[in-house]
Design a protein around this ligand. Structure first.
Ligand code: BES
Ligand code: MN
Ligand code: ZN
Length: 494
């Protein structure tokens, strides 16, 4: 389905639902007044009666709407006009689209508000398009009767003077929404369907469709690369590991390359340091970093941003078997660092260690890694905020500012030298856990050993990447968090 852009009057748009945003104490002029007139004044009466409040994301369906070409009207609250911003508009649009997609209707027309205060038409159109793409996709695709229904048609209505901006915004928002759905789909599908090999196959297909080159390293290539740390985690599984590399060269040949590295543990049982059933229940999400690296890199390519970006995904399953890696094992990582295993559930850092060092040697100039790395980060920041860790403040600031622009919450934690002492081992260069306190930071300190001198930012997405319940404005399960931030970072590099 391709989203259309139209300059039709709102009451003339043909669709099952006409979606119109309404602010608190709305200004009943312009297109809104024309709509009200075609409805015989019922909108202004609803406002008057206090039934149409305009409160953010509050829905008011008007099922009988003679006078409109659309069969029904869905008014969605935009909140106070002077508080409208990208995040709030997104919440309203997602709520409206998800509500329409929960019914078996096929089409919607979505009117961009005429006065957007701080939002540009292009940004509003991009957000609307993203909602149209993301909203109808649920985590319930394997139900016999999913609660979400794909739209057959969608039109964004814009005033004539905003048509070009709206078209550009819709194109951009569609690409971003599709990238988020790619990431979501990989995370939401069960671990029996998404394992290193199948993830790699899906990644190759998606890369080919986006015109991006893709390489997959298998067991023997990983052995040749001496990825002893990653391979140790993988050895307890019947599913062989993979490292996927997607490469987009949109920038000048001599321009710096951004590496986006993702943790791809397709299922984390904890290994011999076995998790509880409760702790293991959502561990299909432990490849969210890899799925995000893939979605973002392909979106950056499809948007044609003038940058060079390489995505790296380290894919393993952390399982229990007679061949599992053990406590007390000493692993030699690709860069020669020896690691004493003290907990097989601290496996993500072992996977990333080798992939980060590979990225460094493969020409990365700046690095961002993403990982569902520690429960400690969720304890520190809660479920909705990404932890940010870095060896370079300028690079951290660039990522934090991109997150702010994208409307994604991220917060930096310290990386003082003394945290690294907690990783000391009596028998190897380091151990893979840091002890009871500061677990998100000691994990980041561990990763720092594998990035050389490169500017590097580590994003711990253990909390925000996976939501435990459905809400009006977003589906539970994968959230595709940080896809937009990464695209924003790449846009500022170009
Ligand atoms: N994948 C988990 C972290 C995680 C926890 C992700 C909750 C999403 C939600 C990671 O591999 C892990 O098990 N980390 C351990 C580290 C510990 C053994 C040092 C943890 O956080 O408990
Ligand atoms: Mn683990
Ligand atoms: Zn894990």
């Amino acid at each position: 389905m391709e989203i259309q852009v139209s300059t039709q009057a709102w009451h003339e748009a043909e669709a099952d639902w006409l979606v119109v945003g309404v602010t608190e104490s709305p200004d009943l002029s312009g297109s809104f007044a024309a709509l009200d007139a075609s409805l015989g004044g019922s909108l202004s009466r609803l406002v008057e009666a206090g039934d149409l409040t305009g409160k953010l994301a509050e829905l008011l369906p008007v099922l009988d709407a003679p006078g409109l070409s659309a069969r029904r009207l869905l008014a969605v609250g935009l909140g106070k006009a002077d508080e409208l911003n990208g995040e709030r508009f997104c919440k309203a649009m997602m709520t409206a689209v998800r509500s329409v997609a929960s019914k078996k209707d096929r089409s919607l027309a979505l009117a961009l508000p005429e006065s957007l205060s701080g939002l540009s038409t292009a940004d509003a159109a991009a957000i609307a398009a993203r909602a149209i793409v993301v909203g109808p996709v649920g985590q319930d695709s394997l139900k016999t009767e999913p609660g979400h229904h794909p739209l057959a048609a969608a039109t964004v209505l814009t005033p004539v003077d905003g048509e070009a901006d709206a078209k550009a915004g819709v194109t951009k928002g569609t690409i971003i929404g599709e990238a988020m759905n790619l990431t979501r789909n990989l995370v939401d599908l069960p671990p029996e369907m998404i394992y290193p090999e199948s993830f790699a196959e899906r990644a190759s297909e998606a890369a080919a469709a986006a015109g991006v080159s893709c390489r997959v390293l298998g067991q023997s290539e990983l052995e040749a690369e001496k990825m002893g740390s990653l391979l140790a985690v993988a050895q307890g599984s019947d599913r062989p590991p993979r490292v996927v590399i997607v490469e987009y060269k949109g920038g000048k040949a001599d321009a710096p390359t951004l590496a986006i590295v993702g943790k791809g543990v397709t299922f984390d049982s904890g290994g011999l340091s076995l998790k509880t059933s409760e702790g293991m229940l959502t561990m299909k999400c432990d490849m969210a970093g890899a799925a995000t690296a893939l979605g973002a890199t392909l979106a950056i390519a499809r948007l044609g941003l003038p940058v060079n970006v390489t995505g790296y995904m380290g894919l393993v399953e952390n399982m229990v078997s007679g061949n599992s890696y053990k406590l007390g094992d000493i692993l030699t990582a690709r860069n020669g660092v020896t690691i004493e295993v003290q907990n097989t559930d601290a496996e993500g850092r072992l996977v990333l260690a080798d992939v980060l060092s590979y990225a460094v040697d493969n020409g990365a100039d700046k690095i961002i890694d993403l990982a569902t790395l520690t429960g400690a980060c969720v304890v520190a920041l809660g479920e909705d905020v990404t932890g940010v860790f870095s060896n370079n403040q300028d690079w951290a600031d660039a990522v934090l500012s991109a997150a702010k622009t994208a409307g994604e919450d991220a917060w930096q934690l310290p990386m003082f030298d003394h945290y690294a002492e907690l990783l000391k081992s009596d028998v190897a260069d380091c151990r893979n856990i840091g002890g009871r306190w500061g677990g998100a930071i000691t994990a980041a300190k561990f990763l720092e050993k594998f990035v050389g001198e490169k500017p590097w930012v580590h994003l711990d997405i253990a909390g925000p990447s996976f939501a435990s319940s459905n809400k009006g404005h977003r589906e539970g399960g994968s959230t595709a968090c940080m896809v937009r931030t990464l695209i924003e970072v790449a846009a500022t590099l170009g």
